[in-house]
Design a protein around this ligand. Sequence first.
Ligand code: ADP
Length: 356
Amino acid sequence: MTLVSWFSKKETVEKTSLPVLSRLLGAMRESVLVVGEDTRIVASNDAAYNAFGRKNGALEEKRLSEVIRDLSLHAAFRKALENGEFSDLKLEILGTEKRRFDVHIAPIELDAAKSAVGIFYDITQIEHLERVRQEFFSNISHELRTPLTSILAFVETLEDGAIEDEENNRRFLSVIRRNAERMHHLIDDILELSSIESGNIEINSKQLSLASLVKEVFTNLSNKAEERGIKLINEVPDETKVFADAIRLEQMLTNLIDNAVKFNRESGNVTVSYTRSGEKDLISVGDTGEGISGEHLQRIFERFYRTDRARSREIGGTGLGLAIVKHLARLHGGEISVSSNPGKGSVFSIELPANQ
Ligand code: ADP
């Protein structure tokens, strides 16, 4: 049964239609404003009060211009009242935070009086997500284009004769290989991030020995650490158990420890430690590297954000590692945080809910 036919049933009209109609309007996420011929508001719903009324008080009886100052909105209501015209427009409200609405305005007749109804659909979040998505694609294209340009340039150099140049041809080939590997790495990280974000991975948490897991990650990264004379120190007590997905925790620790090695000074230290804080387990990865200054600190978990883009590329970074760690920590019901002392080092901490 359609809403209209249901409302038209005699017993519904007599007994319930008014309270039901008002509850229906109250339950809507869209804001609804009904404006009379004198452009005063004659009716509104809770969503409209939350969007436009908070600092203005009750909306009824107020002039539309007192509640929302926007010329094109007024013109559209006028057109509905005077000429019976429908309109659609975008509205921006600048308050403590900027909000954007898709608005549909239609003429209606109430008790033989000309009125107009406006339905306001809040598109702030949708537009924000759309912007984030566009930025992500433009970042991806840019990140892929850089190594690709380099590959094409070196292939051309080889084709133009450098292939016969015995002193340099192998070096050129190794530049091509390095850039192709970078693209490969980047695509792996992008796919990983997108499968995590789309909720396609499952977290199978169980009790596991943190000290053994850290040992395993240290073994995998030992060559890289040795190359720079960096000491890997496992301060996690042997008996420590945490509640997590083993593969995903290993992935988070690998990213953090790999960064702690990459951004360390020569012959520095990387220390992994554990503390229990109330109902939370805190796993910290500390380094003795260059640190991160305040302006960058809050942004380094964003996709592709790097304090020094050229340097991160040079040492094989994709700028996605910390974004992956952040998502994985959240999938565990936890969080990632960082504190840093520029010039002295940084500490990244994964917080996980403890299994009681
Ligand atoms: P990348 O692939 O560049 O390492 P991440 O997402 O892992 O990407 O890290 C983002 C940026 O955060 C890095 O480029 C670097 O600028 C900064 N960063 C991460 N870890 C550290 C660290 N331990 N010390 C200093 N800077 C760091």
